[in-house]
Design a protein. Structure first.
Length: 396
C-alpha cells in the first residue's frame, strides 16, 4: 500500500468516526424526544433550541467527570473492556455502505465479515464484569454472555436467509437484487426474527436484562464512570445505528428501492439521504419498542430466544431453501412466512405462562383445595370462598 493510499484510508476512517460520533449525539437527543412524546412529556428543552445542544452538554459532563477505579479491580482487564466493546462497533462500518459507491471498503464476503466481528463485543462485556471485581457486575457480564450467545443464532440465521435469496454475501449485490421488490415483502418472517434478535443483541428494552438496574444494579458497567462509561454508551448507540442500517440494507432495499431517476454525484448524494431516512425510521421503531414494552424477566428472555426465535430461524431457512430449490414465485414464500408468523403470534397469545409459573399456580390451587373446609349439608356453616390464584404473567 502506497503512502497516498494509506493517507486516503486514514482520512476516510477519521471521517467515518466523526460521522458516527455525530450520529450518536443525534440519536441520544432523538430518543429522549421520542420517549417524551410517547409519555406525554416535553423532553430536553433548556440547552439550545428544543434541547438540541443537550447531547453536547452530556458529553462534556461525562468527559470531565471523575474516573474511579475500584481497589480490587484487575487494571488491565478493567481498562481494556471498553475498547473490546467499542472497536468492533467501529470495525463493522468498514464494509457497510451508506449510499451508491459510498463505502469505505466493499467486501464480497461483507455479511460474513459483519457476523464474525459482531460477536467480539461479548468478550468486552465479560471482561467488564470480571475486571470490576464486583459480584453484581460479574453476574451482569455472565447474563450478557448468555443473552448475546443465545440471540446470535437467530440473528445470523436471518442474515443467511437473505443471502440465500440473493445468492451473495456482498451487501451491494443484495441491495441491487431488491431493485424491483424489497425483501420485507418476500421474507416478513426473516425481518421479524432479525429485528427482535438485533434488539436483543443491542441489549435494548425489552431485552436489556443483562444491565437491568432493578436486578443487578447496572450490570457489567456498574463500576465504570466518566469517560470509560461513555465509551460503552457510545458503542451501544453506534450498534443501534448499525442494526438499523443492516435492516434497511437487507430488507428495505437500502438506497436503491424504489429506483431514482438520477445519475452520477446527484444519485450518490440522494441515495445516501434516502438510505439515512429509512435508517432513522427503523431507529424510531426501536425507540417505540422501548417506550411501549416492559422489560422481560431472565427466564422469559432465554425462553423466547431458545423456544421461539431459534426454531423460527431454522424454519425460515427451510422454507426459503424449498422455495429456491423448486423455483416458486416469491408470493409463495411470502404466504408461508405470513402463515408462520400468524401461528407464532397465536401461540404466544395463548401461552398462559412459563412452566415454572404453571407449576406454582397448580401447587397453590391444590393447597387451597386441601385447606378448604367442607361445605354443604344442613347445620354447617358455609366456608368463605377461597380466592383463586392470580393469573400468571404472559410469557413464552
Amino acid at each position: 500500500m502506497s503512502i497516498q493510499d494509506f493517507g486516503l484510508y486514514s482520512a476516510a476512517a477519521a471521517g467515518l468516526f466523526a460521522f458516527l460520533s455525530v450520529t450518536v449525539l443525534i440519536l441520544t437527543w432523538l430518543e429522549r424526544k421520542a420517549l417524551a412524546r410517547i409519555q406525554m412529556r416535553m423532553g430536553p428543552m433548556r440547552v439550545g433550541f428544543h434541547g438540541v445542544l443537550q447531547p453536547i452538554a452530556d458529553a462534556i459532563k461525562l468527559v470531565v467527570k471523575e474516573d474511579i477505579l475500584p481497589t480490587s479491580a484487575d487494571r488491565r482487564v478493567y481498562w481494556l473492556a471498553p475498547l473490546a466493546v467499542f472497536v468492533p462497533s467501529i470495525m463493522l462500518w468498514v464494509t457497510i455502505p451508506v449510499g451508491q459507491d459510498l463505502v469505505l471498503r466493499n467486501l464480497e464476503l461483507g455479511l460474513f465479515y459483519i457476523t464474525a466481528i459482531s460477536v467480539l463485543s461479548v468478550m468486552g462485556l465479560v471482561m467488564a464484569g470480571w475486571g470490576s471485581a464486583n459480584k453484581y457486575a460479574f453476574i451482569g457480564g455472565l447474563r450478557a454472555a448468555g443473552q448475546l450467545v443465545s440471540y446470535e443464532i437467530p440473528f445470523i440465521m436471518a442474515i443467511l436467509g437473505v443471502a440465500m435469496m440473493s445468492q451473495s454475501l456482498d451487501l451491494t449485490v443484495i441491495v441491487a437484487d431488491q431493485s424491483t421488490i424489497a425483501n420485507i415483502l418476500i421474507q416478513p418472517l426473516g425481518f421479524f426474527i432479525f429485528l427482535l434478535a438485533g434488539l436483543a443483541e443491542l441489549g435494548r428494552t425489552p431485552f436489556d436484562i443483562h444491565h437491568a438496574e432493578s436486578e443487578v444494579v447496572g450490570g457489567p458497567f456498574v463500576e465504570y464512570s466518566g469517560a470509560h462509561w461513555a465509551v460503552f454508551f457510545l458503542a451501544e448507540y453506534i450498534n443501534t445505528f448499525t442494526i438499523a442500517a443492516l435492516t434497511v440494507l437487507l430488507f428495505f432495499g437500502g438506497w436503491g428501492w424504489p429506483d431514482m431517476p438520477f445519475d452520477g454525484v446527484a444519485h450518490s448524494a440522494l441515495s445516501a439521504v434516502w438510505f439515512l431516512a429509512k435508517t432513522y425510521a427503523v431507529i424510531l421503531l426501536m425507540f417505540w419498542f422501548r417506550g411501549t414494552y416492559p422489560r422481560l424477566r431472565i427466564d422469559q428472555l432465554m425462553a423466547f430466544g431458545w423456544q421461539g426465535l431459534v426454531p423460527l430461524s431454522f424454519l425460515n431457512i427451510v422454507i426459503t431453501g424449498v422455495a429456491n430449490f423448486y423455483g416458486w414465485h416469491w408470493l409463495a414464500l411470502t404466504g408461508m412466512s405470513v402463515g408462520v408468523l400468524a401461528i407464532t403470534f397465536y401461540v404466544i397469545n395463548r401461552q398462559p405462562g412459563t412452566s415454572a409459573e404453571r407449576m406454582t399456580v397448580s401447587v397453590i390451587r391444590a393447597g387451597d383445595l386441601r385447606s378448604a373446609p367442607p361445605t354443604g349439608g344442613e347445620g354447617q356453616q358455609s366456608a368463605e370462598p377461597v380466592p383463586s390464584a392470580p393469573r400468571p404473567d404472559r410469557g413464552f
